[in-house]
Ligand binder design. Structure first.
Ligand code: NAD
Length: 362
């Protein structure tokens, strides 16, 4: 889960300045042992929304690097999806065994102190129950269960958006967006991966999959009529589409040369180990890449519906637009001679700049 690429300037302010983060809050509590970092990247479009992740980081620097990269990704995800949200993320440092009610509620108080500038949600190693504890100390929590008036599990909506983005990329690569008969390799069959497999099976794709947990992979293989392969073998499959739905940075120096696909489209965050190296490398290899933060935005769109008082159907309707946005971004990248991740980032930045000007008068 941890992003390993360390930013070039290792000083704290150097790192914060590198991608122009607005505010970074270091939270410490002696009694509960809480050590957390809240990263607020950009709030031009609205409050910074993004989940809280708990992870046993090897160092504080690694935790800071993770929260900075993740919060920046949230800014672009919201902006390109047309949401009035900024980008933020939080990390709690430590093993999940340290998690308890007091620690989570103390964290909730730090979130409350930001007065709504940052809205938190679930992320890796955080459960619905944990969010309920945080909610006891702050109202700035989203992604709550439906029973608490929230928008519920975002994974099905994320999967739908990923499916839409995959179809748009398939249209670009193969001339048709039909996935019928397409050979698709899915890496990671967790929450989102499983919902995605449902769409792919329904459309008649030929599926191959893997997961860190062999029993999970086996269950999914049986359920969706897929072939199961080992974790490392997934990169060597003779497929049309590779769909990374597990961890970040799986498109790297070691894996890229092994891919035989013509499309990469998955839900994992930060798939390119180094955007500036592996984005262009995919283009050179003739692989159509559907930008991760664009096609996995369904979950955020679902949470946004909770913030603005929408519902699941409205979220799905908006998520469907990921198809058109992906089509536009792929065309733009080609026209500009850039790569899709860069084109998507620029499109997000252009919206932030334009709306920032709208807000410049009272
Ligand atoms: P998850 O934890 O439910 O599923 C991830 C799966 O990947 C697990 O089954 C895990 O065992 C497997 N895995 C881990 N390492 C692996 C490896 N090296 N090879 C193969 N399998 C491996 O998570 P999720 O909610 O399904 O999210 C998947 C990805 O999508 C994550 O990167 C997440 O950040 C991203 N994402 C999720 C959502 C959402 O709505 N849940 C939204 C946006 C982005």
């Amino acid at each position: 889960m941890v992003e390993t690429k360390v930013l070039t300037d290792s000083s704290v302010f150097g790192q914060i300045a590198e991608h122009q983060h607005e505010q970074v809050v270091f939270c410490h509590d002696h009694e509960t042992g809480l050590r957390a970092i809240i990263g607020i990247h950009n709030t031009v479009l609205g409050p910074a929304l993004g989940g809280t992740r708990m992870w046993h980081y090897a160092s504080d620097a690694e935790a800071l690097n993770d929260v900075l990269r993740l919060s920046r990704g949230m800014t672009y995800k919201a902006a390109i999806s047309g949401l009035n949200l900024g980008g933020g993320k939080a990390v709690i440092i430590g093993d999940v065994s340290l998690k308890n009610e007091a620690l989570l509620r103390k964290f909730g108080r730090f979130v409350q102190n930001l007065n709504g500038k940052y809205i938190t949600a679930e992320d890796v190693n955080m459960t619905t129950k944990d969010m309920e504890f945080i909610r006891m100390e702050t109202k700035h929590v989203s992604g709550l269960p439906e029973s608490m008036g929230g928008s519920g599990d975002p994974s099905p909506v994320t999967a739908y958006g990923t499916y839409m983005g995959m179809k748009a990329a398939a249209k670009k690569a193969f001339g048709s967006d039909s996935l019928s008969g397409k050979r698709i390799a899915v890496q990671g069959v967790g929450h989102v991966g499983t919902y995605l497999l449902e769409y792919l099976q329904k459309e008649g794709a030929q599926l191959v999959l893997t997961d860190y947990y062999e029993d999970r992979a086996l269950d999914a293989a049986n359920r969706f009529g897929a072939r199961m392969v080992g974790m490392d073998e997934i990169y060597d499959q003779d497929v049309d589409i590779y769909s990374p739905c597990a961890l970040g940075a799986t498109l790297n120096d070691d894996t890229l040369g092994r891919l035989k696909c013509q499309v990469v489209a998955g839900c994992a965050n930060n798939q390119l180990a180094d955007e500036n190296v592996h984005g262009p490398a995919l283009v050179e290899r003739g692989i159509v890449y559907a930008p991760d933060f664009l096609i996995n935005a369904g979950g955020l769109i679902n949470v946004y519906s909770e913030v603005v008082g929408g519902n699941r159907q409205a979220a799905l309707t908006q998520t469907e637009k990921i198809y058109d946005i992906t089509t536009q971004v792929l065309a733009k990248a080609e026209q500009e001679g850039s790569h899709p991740q860069a084109a998507a980032t620029r499109q997000a930045e252009e919206r932030i700049a334009a709306i920032g000007k709208v807000k410049s008068t009272y």
